[in-house]
Ligand binder design. Structure first.
Ligand code: UDP
Length: 241
């Protein structure tokens, strides 16, 4: 476990942000002011010298589940969900431009006039040159989530940790919004997340992290500079190990 200093505790991080982090007060779509605020937080930690890759979700626009509910087959619905993440990726890059951060958008679905294809060594080189990476389209295949894609890419490009940014400030015994007796875990083992069925990341993502000892820090984005605090090794959120 890292100790707190003014120096970053990590060299390379993968930040998973859900599409919902672009929602602001709306229930669907993109609040660009919100996207700029997120971009500002990302730039702040990048300016500390940390390599940053972001896996962006698409839930603010479309999820595969929404499609299957209205009768679309899962393969097609998930493709729609993945393209939703590409839209968010474009928005995040535009937001990073606004705050003066250099970035590269890398899509797992080939869409060359919009984003680069994923080439592992090229992505690592971009980060070494000081560019923030935006991953979109998950891993490019249906039946997966952007959480699993976050775990897979974090391993592939050698990240020290996955930062899973959520609306709540960590992992609780039950939903703290509806259950006032819910307690927050300071840390929890992968196996206990799975056994207790806690909604941290989906089981595939947790298993992949567990098999490869990739730690996950779950915390709330946008609350008092939490991303920077996490990068500096402060004991915020919940650590899954
Ligand atoms: N998706 C997929 N394969 C992937 C990643 C995502 O098919 O590797 C689809 C899936 O339909 C999912 C949608 O893209 O519902 C949006 O991603 P996600 O729900 O993970 O976004 P978030 O909840 O993080 O905003």
């Amino acid at each position: 476990m890292p100790t707190t200093t003014s120096q970053p505790a990590y060299k390379r991080i993968l930040l998973k942000i859900s599409g919902e982090s672009f929602l602001g007060d709306a229930t669907r779509g993109i609040d660009f002011e919100r996207a700029i605020a997120v971009a500002g937080e990302i730039k702040e930690v990048h300016d500390l010298g940390v390599n940053v890759a972001v896996m962006i979700g698409g839930g603010n626009l479309f999820r595969g589940r929404r499609g299957t509910r209205i009768g679309i087959d899962q393969g097609s619905a998930d493709q729609m969900g993945m393209l939703a993440t590409v839209i968010n990726g474009i928005a995040l890059q535009a937001a990073l431009d606004k705050v003066g951060a250099d970035s590269r958008h890398v899509s797992a679905i080939e869409i060359k006039s919009v984003a680069e294809p994923f080439i592992r060594r090229r992505v690592i080189r971009h980060m070494e040159k000081g560019r923030i990476i935006i991953f979109s389209a998950g891993i490019g295949s249906p039946y997966f989530t952007t959480d699993t894609a976050a775990a897979q890419r974090a391993l592939e490009i050698g990240c020290d940790i996955i930062f899973k940014a959520t609306k709540v400030d960590g992992v609780y015994t039950s939903d703290p919004v509806t259950d006032k007796t819910a307690r927050k875990f300071k840390s929890i083992r992968y196996i206990d997340v799975l056994k207790k069925g806690l909604k941290v990341m989906d089981a595939t993502a947790i298993s992949l992290c567990s098999d490869n000892a990739m730690p996950i820090l779950v915390f709330a984005l946008g609350k008092g500079g939490n991303l920077k605090r996490a990068v500096l090794g402060e004991a915020i959120g919940t650590r899954v190990y």
